[in-house]
Design a protein around this ligand. Structure first.
Ligand code: BF8
Length: 629
């Protein structure tokens, strides 16, 4: 049954907290969204160039002062946004490569190698040889990643390891095969400087390069090093939504993206809680991608996505919010002023006025974790209990932990010795029509969750297996789409049967048809699975019955990810146009012309039903082209 937008039932927990915020005079992301968009409805800024001091050249219909046309200005602005997104993931990779190196040379003591197998496979995959101990291997892998980030010439080793040969050839042929991540980012900035690249297609191919930078110098190193030092995720069950915050406990929110500081905060909390005399206990909850990292590996409950960060504080029950990098909205400082909540920033380039800064030094990780927990415990004394309000709803259940390794292990139980066959058999016979990767953020543009929830419901109803990363996954969990329910409500019959079979083979009650694969950097896991499927079937990735979708993306990071998936040959749905609508030529290149180059393209649609219909149509067309019923 179609749910009209006005009939969509919003998450009651978020609604109640939102009402409370309004009552307390706290303006949240939704109010700010409405006010801002009322001001900029016709978006003339899309064609504004602010590169040099001749301008700004605003809403350029013909040319700017220098003669640049609208198409080029818009393409240039898009490259700029894509560069920011790619920089975020490369910055993430840099930080964790340094930690891995410290583990190897003994300067970082708090993180032993947990997954020796993954370290070995990374070591060999990057073409390294000769090292014997984990420490030696850790140093060499870290050095290889650092070289991938920094080398002036030569393809990153990670790309050679992870991308298929067929893609590498296409990228080389089309001139987008990359050098090191940082030089690429520097050249991307260089090409958009005044007087440089004035060729729309060349600029947009430059954005595709940044997609590869994001994947092979950002997401892949991040996921793999995190798996090596913190463990490869395994199937587990956690609780989600704001109601995992507990009235009678000292609540600590770990927020951001890089899971190393959160790991020591969790350990320090456990240490504190182990002392039976201490009351109340500490309750650590995760937020945004950090929340996804720690739920996947440590079973920590998930306390809110990007849009709920202020609302968590509005419960009045948060003693401490610890943030590192990305997706932290400075509005949390205003919300915290109404309560006793302390906010601690930890990265030197992600500070916020009105908060405390404690720099995360991996060498002192354990000590910093303890310091933060002590700070939270001390701050509990300042809590005004009369101001606490947590909506009266049970949290939601979420089955999680589908790393590539875990997925293969689970499928191996279905068809021993041939795990990918277990998946492809069911794609070939049509029990699974195709795979849709639904990824990315949630947006204040629409009713909270509407686009994501209705899109996923339509896909699973039509026997499309959904894999998830990012905030869309956690919001889907609020509508119980990741709950292991053996009755499989709303799931197509044949898909439900396959998921039931996987569950049975693994001794689980049920496996939902929405597999949660992790945080945004874990999009790398999705490519690993798709490459394995394509390889097994002996076809190209762009021939597979698959699609990508970011129905509610908001962060710049989503843009290079989109250029990467398009360059991989994947049909990529996005819920909103990036700021390119003012140029028909740019829109046409992104939504049509690029397909002739790489086999993938963007498709823009806000309506979840129309997007689901289109994704299903693409999947069915690909099936037909492969001769599948
Ligand atoms: O990297 S999904 S809002 S939390 S950007 Fe941010 Fe978007 Fe959430 Fe993590 Ni991803």
């Amino acid at each position: 049954m179609m749910v009209k937008k006005e009939k969509f039932v919003s998450d009651p927990v978020t609604e109640e907290m939102h009402k409370r915020a309004k009552k307390l005079g706290i303006r949240t992301v939704w109010e700010r969204y409405k006010e801002n968009h009322a001001r900029s409805k016709d978006a003339p800024f899309q064609a504004t160039c602010m590169t040099c001091q001749q301008g700004p050249c605003v809403d350029v219909k013909r040319t700017g002062v220098c003669g640049m046309n609208r198409e080029v200005i818009i393409a240039k602005n898009l490259v700029s946004e894509t560069t920011i997104g790619a920089s975020a993931h490369v910055g993430h990779a840099r930080r964790i490569a340094n930690i891995l190196k410290g583990v190897g040379d003994g300067t970082v003591g708090g993180y032993p190698v947990i997954d020796h197998e993954k370290l070995d496979s990374m070591y060999e995959g990057l073409g390294l040889e000769g090292a014997e101990t984990d420490h030696e291997k850790a140093i060499e892998v870290a050095d290889a990643i650092i070289a991938d980030l920094s080398k002036l010439d030569g393809v990153p080793k990670m790309l050679l390891f992870k991308a298929s040969e067929e893609r590498r050839k296409i990228w080389e042929e089309k001139g987008i095969l990359i050098d090191g991540g940082c030089p690429e980012i520097m050249e991307a900035q260089n090409r958009i400087a005044m007087g440089m690249d004035h060729d729309m297609e060349n600029l947009l191919l430059g954005a595709c390069r940044l997609g590869l930078v994001d994947a092979y110098c950002g997401m892949y190193p991040a996921t793999t090093v995190q798996d090596i030092l913190l463990g490869v995720p395994k199937v587990g069950q956690v609780k989600t939504n704001l109601t995992v915050i507990e009235r009678d406990k000292i609540n600590v929110v770990i927020h951001g993206h890089i899971p190393f500081l959160p790991d020591v905060v969790i350990r320090a909390a456990e240490e504190y809680n182990d002392d039976l005399d201490r009351e109340p206990k500490v309750n650590v909850v995760g937020m945004c991608c950090t929340g996804m990292e720690v739920l996947m590996r440590s079973g920590i409950n998930f306390g809110g996505d990007i849009l709920q960060q202020e609302l968590a504080i509005v419960t009045g029950a948060i003693e401490l919010v610890v943030v590192d990098v990305q997706c932290t909205q400075p509005a949390i400082v205003d919300a915290a002023e109404h309560f006793h909540t302390k906010i601690v920033t930890t990265d030197p380039i992600a500070k916020m006025e009105g908060t405390t800064h404690i720099e995360f030094e991996p060498e002192r990780a354990t000590e910093i974790g303890r310091e933060l927990i002590t700070m939270a415990v001390d701050n509990y004394a300042r809590r005004d209990h009369a101001k606490v309000f947590i909506p009266d709803y049970e949290p939601h259940e979420m089955l999680c932990g589908f790393s590539t390794e875990q997925l293969i292990e689970a499928l191996d139980k279905v068809k021993p010795g041939d795990p990918i066959g277990a998946l492809t058999d069911n794609i070939k016979n049509g029990n699974i029509r195709g795979i849709a990767a639904v990824i990315g953020c949630v947006t204040p543009r629409d009713d909270y969750g509407y686009r994501t929830v209705e899109l996923i419901r339509e896909l699973i109803k039509n026997n499309v297996l959904v894999v998830l990363t990012g905030c869309v996954a956690t919001i889907a969990s609020y509508w119980d789409l990741l709950k292991p329910d053996p009755t499989y409500p709303g799931v197509g019959e044949s898909l439900a049967a396959v998921m039931g079979m996987i569950a049975k083979a693994n001794g689980l009650e049920a496996v939902p048809p929405c597999l949660f694969m992790g945080s945004c950097v874990d999009n790398s896991r999705i490519e690993e699975v798709l490459n394995a499927v394509a390889d097994y079937l002996g076809v190209r990735i762009d021939q597979l019955p698959i699609a990508g979708s970011a129905p509610e993306y908001i962060a710049e990071k989503a843009i290079p990810i989109g250029f990467w998936t398009v360059s991989l040959g994947i049909f990529t749905h996005i819920g909103d146009q990036p700021n390119v609508a003012a140029s028909e030529r740019v829109v046409k290149w992104l939504t049509a012309d690029v397909e002739k180059i790489f086999g993938g393209k963007f498709y823009v649609e806000a309506d979840p039903y129309k997007s689901a219909e289109k994704i299903i149509e693409v999947i069915e067309d690909k099936r037909e082209a492969l001769g599948l019923q």
